[in-house]
Design a protein around this ligand. Structure first.
Ligand code: KG4
Ligand code: ZN
Length: 362
């Protein structure tokens, strides 16, 4: 097993409320200090943004403001927990769209002030990174007791695409990242070229299900190269160049399947290189919306097995944006004695490497 990171465990006075409003999902969740999910709710803004073919920041901020207070009240009522019984508030404070970050973390700080509760300004990426440590027993895809440090995280979302060595709470080393598009962006852009509705990832996966994945030879950017950086813009260009050659609906499905196969192969290759860079890893963990893709999961499961490791892929609702991961990251930080001041400023850009390690807690 990997080396243990020693951490002081601070007591937490009650359930922790998690709040997420960094992009286009408004979410609230209530977790017991041991990580048990007491209640969770996500309100997608798909309907608000679909007419524009992407997330409109101003609309997102206003929607978060409209939905978040009711969602927070809903999870508290469902769990039967009064505000006075809370042990802390954890709210996403970055990275993300500044309007939503102000709404979410501002609301969280307001509750913390009103009730005299500890406040944690959670980095959204740390939320994705630590989800695999949720010690749940009955959730498929998670490991009983949570994954031990260190592990390799593949963060595969619409805005982020990176290989990260997760060595402790607040301790992250980026081993590689995308040189151009994020993998979710590649799915979304290619799907758009294929005439699919936004968001493209799930739609492309459905179309690919009926296609021949070997029909179109597409480039495999950076495949086999040293390191674990990614590149997807060339693949998107190849898709664009293939589109005019499509005749039947069947061809479109074949292109979608071919695209998905190449992306899965590239991700597996990058994971192989990243695992070689973290010899003590206890697991390969995937997070982010693209981790919902079954083709990607299958390729990564095979790659992890080659290295003699488990692939830990949280259930889909915990891979896409949610507040359970924010509450859990808050719990991990509170346990380590880490809280944030109530004048903490949200950060639209906030790389994982700039987080305070738990060992540095005062
Ligand atoms: O993590 P996420 O919910 O939001 C952030 O980007 O932070 O990821 C959303 C991304 C989108 O690009 C979406 O198209 C992609 O994840 N995605 C998928 C699938 N489900 C969501 N991509 C491929 N296959 C899927 N089933
Ligand atoms: Zn995310």
């Amino acid at each position: 097993m990997g080396k243990k990171v020693e951490m002081r465990v601070a007591p937490i006075g009650g359930p922790v409320l998690g709040l997420e409003a960094s992009c286009d999902e408004t979410a609230a969740a209530l977790l017991a200090p041991d990580g048990t999910i007491l209640a969770e709710a996500v309100r997608s803004q798909l309907a608000e943004h679909t007419p524009f073919g992407g997330v409109v920041p101003e609309i997102a901020a206003r929607a978060h403001l409209a939905y978040l207070p009711a969602l927070a009240a809903q999870v508290m009522a469902e769990a039967g927990v009064a505000p006075g019984a809370l042990g802390g508030i954890a709210a996403t404070a970055g990275p993300g769209l500044i309007g939503g970050l102000i709404v979410g973390s501002g609301f969280g700080k307001g509750m913390a002030i009103a009730r005299g509760l500890p406040f944690v300004a959670v980095n959204h990426l740390e939320g994705h990174a630590l989800t695999a440590r949720l010690p749940l027993l009955r959730e498929a895809g998670l490991v009983e007791g949570g994954v031990a440090f260190p592990y390799l995280l593949l963060l595969l979302s619409g805005g982020h695409c990176q290989c990260v060595a997760v060595e402790g709470v607040g301790r992250y080393r980026r081993l590689g990242s995308t040189l151009d598009d994020a993998v979710g962006e590649a799915f979304d852009k290619s799907a758009k070229l294929m005439g699919l509705p936004w968001p493209g990832g799930p739609a492309l996966e459905r179309l690919a299900a009926g296609g021949d994945p070997r029909r179109y030879p597409l480039p495999r950017p950076l495949f086999g190269r040293p390191g674990c950086d990614f590149s997807f813009s060339g693949l998107k260009t190849a898709v664009a160049q293939t589109i005019p050659k499509l005749a039947a609906e069947r061809d479109r499905a074949d292109l979608a399947a071919s695209f998905q196969r190449v992306v899965a192969a590239v991700l597996a290759d990058r994971a192989r290189h990243a695992l070689a860079m973290l010899p003590g890893a206890t697991a390969l963990v995937v997070a982010g919306g693209v981790a919902a893709n079954q083709g990607v999961r299958a390729a990564l499961t095979a790659e992890a097995a080659r290295a003699g490791l488990p692939l830990v892929a949280p259930p889909v609702r915990l891979c896409t944006d949610n507040a359970v991961m924010i509450a859990w990251a808050g719990i991990e930080r509170l346990r380590a004695g880490l809280t944030d001041p109530l004048d903490h400023a949200p950060r639209p850009r906030w790389p994982l490497e700039e987080l305070a390690p738990a060992g540095d807690a005062a």
